[in-house]
Write a protein that binds this ligand. Structure first.
Ligand SMILES: C[C@H](O)[C@H](O)[C@@H](O)C(=O)CO
Ligand SMILES: [Mn+2]
Length: 899
């Protein structure tokens, strides 16, 4: 037992943590800091400067609290750096950075076989060797003289100045070590790296005492020792040995966090299983240098993707009972997620993640995510032959659906929970002084009381079949839909031949959100008063049955539509869709509270919201003028409406953590030739200035103004013409809204996007389809829509564009109208992402207009539809016209019952 207190510094990928332990190994203090994403010399590097700054402050606080005898550094794998003397000369790279293609290809040719190193070939920079190979090409001189350190030992070196390297980090899928012989890999020798390794030391070795610099910075004593330290997952493995239930017996530790890592301590080397490289298995190395069969998947990240709650994560502890209920129901109903939502890693690296009956609400998705984690963990454990005792540690230990489902899936094993929060630190303490008591009593996990075996069997069958899965929601059955993947693979090759990476294109498409207009659901009626007449020069024509008559119906219809649209989207509200609880609230009185139920709904379904003040369908707009009205009283009323609307936009942005675009469209104008075109425009600008006078954080809300050529009954003069609003937006720094139905018939907004993005801080789109007098037909995949998609992608400024839809057709099924238009704008963007833009631009720059035209025409018949089908499939929404069957069912079962 040590005499003094001990600090464990645990530098993870997401957080840096430091804990202070008393001589009796009681936790005294705990501090943490999220790591930042840093770029240095154009390279994505770890936040080593920020962490050091923070560490100095923390150690100062700790040193003032206790007499610290030692510091033990612990770090995540797959990182390291080069130092010379007391200088860092090659920074530690972020392992999530992908080296350039040529480096990756060259590296693959020189790395050793899995059988030698136990390191599988991993994506990004997850093999530390890949990073060294990349860094060597950037810093060739430094590689000729520097010393290679791994990440925990970088911190040991910073604190005491002594250089060391250690097996647990060196043996962690680096490609640099041979676990069976305990020697550097042939590649590490051939590349000249092995001779640059710092001297090999044991994790428990004392490397030295804290340096003068650190004593000055922190007040630590000169007797404070710095240990060599170790890889974080190995610390957890070590901690398991401290529990009396385990001792020296065989066990597997399943660490849960961003990564789920299973590590099996073998009773003897002879028990070592044969591992499969291509399923993300590997050999780690324990502190004694023995091979540790391991398997992994990115469970924490996948759970976030499955939950899909825009960062507003479910409080698992607070909803434990409900999550358990939902999980039982999901097992009964066959609701599940299939791997892998973080592609390229885990036990099913080539499978594409997809949902079977994706729940609409985030609690439902969270419950299924926990079941998914249990199924994935079970598969990972099987791959390394885990048996007997399995200890779950890390943050998912606090998720009873996950832990109990895993226990149910492995009835022959004892599943334990260890002290989830501090286990890793405890393992590090065990390294320092092994005569310490166990960190906590372990708790045996009770299996989940459901028929999980059948559920798991069905899951496994779908996963291993290799085909893709299509659900038939009517019957609750699942049928295989092979062919989509193979069509995609063929399309992928066609596009690759043109230099287009379809996987990358789909990743970009994943990031697109379309703002779906609420007003398609009820013909722009709103819920202010029953049966209000639509005014302002717009008209919804048709009388298709099933229009939403209440907020609840509108939301249910929207949820149906969204379930049939791939991706993650937003809902665009008008002020007239307020929730006034049945009491009249005039337009100048609206407040955030009248939209709280919308915000709550948006949180539940994981969507963002946008907003529009409503300057029509109101007695004070009856004569065709609002903000530019000659009567000051009327103007003031509408100014107040605008001011209130922006407050609502800001509250939406704040609560949902996603910027709300508040769009101002005023129908003001004359039916016949005006005598004075100027004054209404001056009044309009003045009113808008008053509305926009209060500054609002643009992260919460951005304002946009929407021009229009003419409306019905406003044929001769529109106050808010294109020139008016362009001038206004540019001079005032607001966003500009381009509505594709608001221009002369031969004028197209695709040609305007590049100009607006040069001069306005941002652009809002109302994608629509003008047909003769009407500006609001359902969006179809016509030439202009394709041009819009292309232009948006080509602009490279998609982060400045809020893409919304604006049409309202009452002559067809309204849910179908939403689905058709939204799927079409997404198709057009996908075609934009699939464009070989570099080739086209090159032809243009070289004056080769023949090639430009020829290629443009060829692109039209490339198999983009196969990419689209595949995307729909992977997003868990119906492929082809299958969505229409669902809408028809909804019409039969829900819409047709509305009077
Ligand atoms: C309902 C919308 O706000 C409205 O359609 C407006 O954006 C428009 O485009 C009017 O023509
Ligand atoms: Mn519009």
């Amino acid at each position: 037992m040590a005499k003094g207190s001990v600090v464990v510094l645990d530098v993870g990928k997401t957080l840096a943590k430091a804990t202070l332990w008393s001589p009796e190994r009681r936790l005294l203090l705990k501090r943490s800091r999220p790591n930042a994403r840093i770029t240095e010399s154009g390279l994505p590097v770890l936040d080593y400067k920020g962490i050091e700054e923070w560490l100095a402050g923390v150690l100062k606080e700790f040193a003032a609290t206790a007499d610290i005898e030692a510091i033990v550094p612990v770090g995540h794998g797959a990182s390291g750096c080069l130092v010379e003397g007391d200088r860092l000369i090659v920074p530690p790279l972020d392992y999530e950075a992908t080296p350039p293609d040529d480096i990756c290809q060259e590296y693959r040719a020189v790395r050793d076989a899995f059988a030698l190193t136990g390191s599988p070939c991993l994506p990004m920079g997850l093999n530390f060797g890949t990073q060294l190979f990349w860094l060597q090409s950037v810093f060739p001189k430094e590689f000729a003289r520097g010393t290679i350190l791994m990440w925990p030992q970088y911190w040991a070196w910073r604190l005491c100045g002594e250089k060391a390297i250690e097996v647990t980090s060196l043996g962690c899928h680096t490609d640099l070590w041979q676990p069976t012989t305990g020697k550097p890999s042939p590649m590490a020798v051939a590349q000249g790296w092995a001779k640059r390794f710092a001297p090999l030391r044991k994790a428990s070795d004392v490397l030295g005492h804290v340096s003068h610099e650190w004593r000055e910075r922190t007040g630590l004593s000169r007797h404070c020792k710095v240990l060599c330290g170790l890889h974080d997952s190995n610390a957890a493995l070590l901690a398991s040995r401290l529990h009396p239930e385990i001792g020296n017996r065989e066990c597997t530790v399943l660490s849960t966090g961003t990564w789920f890592i299973a590590m099996r301590s073998l009773p003897s080397a002879a028990d070592s299983p044969i591992l499969t490289e291509d399923r993300d298995c590997l050999f780690n190395v324990d502190v004694w240098g023995n091979p540790v069969p391991s398997s992994r998947f990115m469970g924490g990240r996948e759970a976030e993707l499955l939950e899909d709650s825009a960062g507003d994560f479910v409080d698992v502890a607070g909803n434990a009972d409900e999550l358990m209920r939902l999980a039982r129901k999901a097992v009964e109903d066959g609701v599940c997620a299939l791997p892998a939502f973080e592609a390229g890693v885990g036990p099913f690296p080539r499978n594409i993640g997809r949902w079977i009956k994706r729940p609409a609400d985030k609690l439902g998705r969270r419950a299924v995510a926990a079941l998914y984690l249990a199924l994935m963990a079970n598969a990972s454990l099987d791959l390394i032959g885990a048996r007997g005792r399995i200890i779950i540690e890390g943050r998912f230990g606090a998720d009873p659906v996950f832990t109990r489902a895993l226990a149910a899936l492995r009835p022959a094993d004892a599943i334990y929970l260890s002290n989830a929060a501090d286990n890793l630190a405890f393992g590090a303490l065990g390294l320092f002084d092994d005569a310490i008591p166990s960190g906590s009593d372990m708790k045996k996990v009770d299996p989940l009381d459901v028929d999980i075996a059948r559920y798991a069997e069905a899951w496994r069958a779908m996963v291993t079949d290799g085909g893709t899965v299509q659900t038939d929601n009517n019957k609750g059955a699942t049928t295989m839909h092979a062919g989509i993947t193979s069509a995609y693979e063929a399309a992928k090759q066609r596009y690759a031949a043109l230099g287009v990476n379809t996987d990358e294109a789909l990743k970009k498409l994943d990031a697109i959100s379309i703002s779906i207009q609420c007003w398609q659901g009820d013909d722009v009626g709103g819920f202010e008063t029953v049966g209000a007449a639509l005014s302002g020069g717009i008209q919804a024509t048709g009388n298709y049955p099933g229009k939403a008559r209440s907020l609840a119906e509108l939301r249910a219809d929207a949820e149906k539509a969204v379930s049939l649209i791939p991706g993650k989207h937003r809902f665009n509200l008008h002020a007239s869709y307020l929730d006034n609880g049945g009491k009249k609230v005039d337009r100048d009185e609206i407040e955030p509270k009248h939209f709280q139920s919308w915000i709550d709904w948006a949180k539940k379904v994981g969507m963002g919201l946008d907003f529009n003040p409503t300057y029509f369908s109101h007695p004070k707009a009856a004569d065709g003028f609002t903000l530019s009205h000659a009567d000051k009283g009327i103007r003031d009323f509408w100014i107040q409406h605008g001011i209130q609307s922006r407050k609502i936009g800001a509250e939406i942005g704040k609560q949902l953590g996603s910027t709300c675009a508040t769009n101002f469209w005023m129908p003001d104008g004359f039916k016949d030739i005006p005598a004075d075109r100027q004054s209404p425009r001056e009044r309009m600008a003045d009113s808008l200035d008053k509305i926009f006078a209060a500054k609002i954080d643009p992260k919460l809300n951005v304002d946009s103004v929407e021009a229009k050529l003419f409306g019905i009954g406003v044929e001769s003069y529109t106050v808010g013409s294109h020139e008016f609003y362009m001038g206004y937006a540019v001079s005032r720094g607001t966003h500009l809204t381009l509505d594709s139905g608001h221009f002369h018939p031969t004028e197209v907004i695709s040609d305007k996007i590049s100009s607006i993005l040069m001069f306005c801080p941002g652009l809002v789109l109302h994608v629509s389809r003008p047909v003769r007098w009407d500006s609001d037909h359902v969006v179809v995949l016509d030439d202009e829509l394709q041009s819009i998609g292309r232009e948006l992608v080509r602009s490279g400024k998609l982060d400045k564009v809020h893409i919304g839809l604006d049409y309202f057709d009452a002559s067809i099924n309204r849910v179908a109208a939403w689905v058709i238009g939204t799927r079409n704008i997404l198709k057009s963007l996908m075609m934009g992402f699939l464009e070989p833009s570099a080739t086209l631009r090159k032809a243009e720059l070289e004056g080769d207009f023949t090639s430009r035209l020829a290629l443009n025409e060829e692109l039209k018949s490339l198999p983009w539809a196969a990419v689209w089908d595949y995307w729909c499939e992977t997003k868990g929404v119906p492929v082809g016209t299958a969505w229409l069957d669902e809408v028809k069912t909804y019409e039969r079962e829900v819409l047709s019952k509305r009077a």
